[in-house]
Design a protein around this ligand. Sequence first.
Ligand code: GLA
Length: 388
Amino acid sequence: MKEIVLRKFSEIFGDTDGVKVFFAPGRVNLIGEHTDYNGGHVFPCALTIGTYCAARKRTDRRLRFYSMNFEQAGVLESSLDELVPSQAAGWTNYPKGVIWAFEEKGMKLPCGLDILLNGNIPNGSGLSSSASVEVLTGAILRELFGFAVTNQELALIGQYSENRFNKVNCGIMDQFAIAMGKKDHAIFLDTADLSYEYAPIALDGAKIVIACSNKKRGLGDSKYNERRSECETALAELRKVVDINSLGELDRETFEKYQSAIQSEVRRKRARHAVCENQRTLRAVEALKKGDIAEFGKLMNASHVSLRDDYEVTGVELDTLVEEAWKIDGVIGSRMTGAGFGGCTVSIVRDEAIDGFIEKVGAAYLKKIGYAADFYVVEIGDGPVTLA
Ligand code: GLA
């Protein structure tokens, strides 16, 4: 991949003098969905697939971007004096947003950049291709300009840029999982205070399989922000009767006791998901620590049911992938992952069942939905790296 981006860089930008190559992963969340903006826990991991980039400093203030994933867009040009989001800027709103965020935080760039990207995360799949680009951009700025920022700060800057520049009210999970990724480990993160621990994922005789529904989604045009505000309203209603700062502070029993303070059935369901999903995540990590992978799988399945029925972020595509997966012997657990409304499912599948899983779920999906799903057997990888 390094050679591919270098070759393309030379073709597009003339030569490769002073170029460095970088990589940042994508991520998959094993459990803890729509909890990260509710002060709950998440359990994601970085993947070995992600975004590669060749970049170098310029002598003027121009910014030139090229993505091998959006070749039809050609070279998109901008400048450090033009750091405002625009529709015409397309995908470059993500790196531009991070440059803007660095500058907002006092890290001014002395000169512009030429940046060429090539990602192997399917776009819009819910594996965080955009957060990958954000963390990648931060890692490039750190390396090329010598800014003193930690990986955790790269995550926070990425989220800040997405919230403020790209106007998507995302939580911290994606950027954190990517910036803090560790090979063969998932990250058990408490989003209330960003304390975290790494948990080894040793799936004896099983693998993580991602099924991509190929129903495209972008957070901006999804109901993501709507779910977020439903939870905020539910929290405000609960706070009239119980002293809490976030839904993540409630256990199920306390929630049951006070839930009647929430004035609409829809908001009650949203809040119930946020509370119970957080509790499931705690139990799932406990189960994993005990080596009880079967219990972990059951909690993944329960997570999907809650996302389908209470949070209502699945849709026929994700439900078909998951419900077909549940029918197969050797599937330990299966659920949607990411924001939902399209994107991917994550399943833990015994080695000997993987081929059959892909064949059967794939055929049932094609028959019901009318187009094919894609399957990836993935591995857990590290956070961002400079390759050369
Ligand atoms: C998206 C957001 C995350 C998180 C998930 C749902 O991926 O970017 O912050 O809220 O959805 O768990």
